[in-house]
Design a protein. Sequence first.
Length: 153
Amino acid sequence: MSSHSDLDTLYRQVIMDHYKNPRNRGEAESGTVTVNMNNPTCGDRIQLQMHVEDDTIQDAKFVGEGCSISLSSASMMTEAVKGRPVGEALEIAEVFSDMMQGKDYDDEKYDLGDIEALQGVTKFPARIKCATLSWKAMEKGLGEDVEEDEDED
Ligand code: ZN
């Protein structure tokens, strides 16, 4: 077995762990921003709720339905940004975006941890939107302009 396929196996295990045991799944309690995002090409739907106070994401929770990539990514994203200042969360979203576009990404400043498992998705271009859905929801919830896919009529 080559080390490359070992890495693929590891990535798959990390993604399945977040899918089966999602972190921060549910609804946030108070002072929330709610964002709904859909990925019509795959049928993924995410509702993200954040409690932002003192320029910090005090809480981040999601509910949704969809494929293992979209839901595991939402789990990883909420884990990464919860408790972070807004500016840092947006920087991590930038790093993630670079990673998903196959660009060189800065893995020095933030420990991406499990998020790097989603790097394997870049080999399947049709699934990249699954991985980026919850991250776009987070950016939108923090007031950023994001491109959205509309449901087809
Ligand atoms: Zn999907």
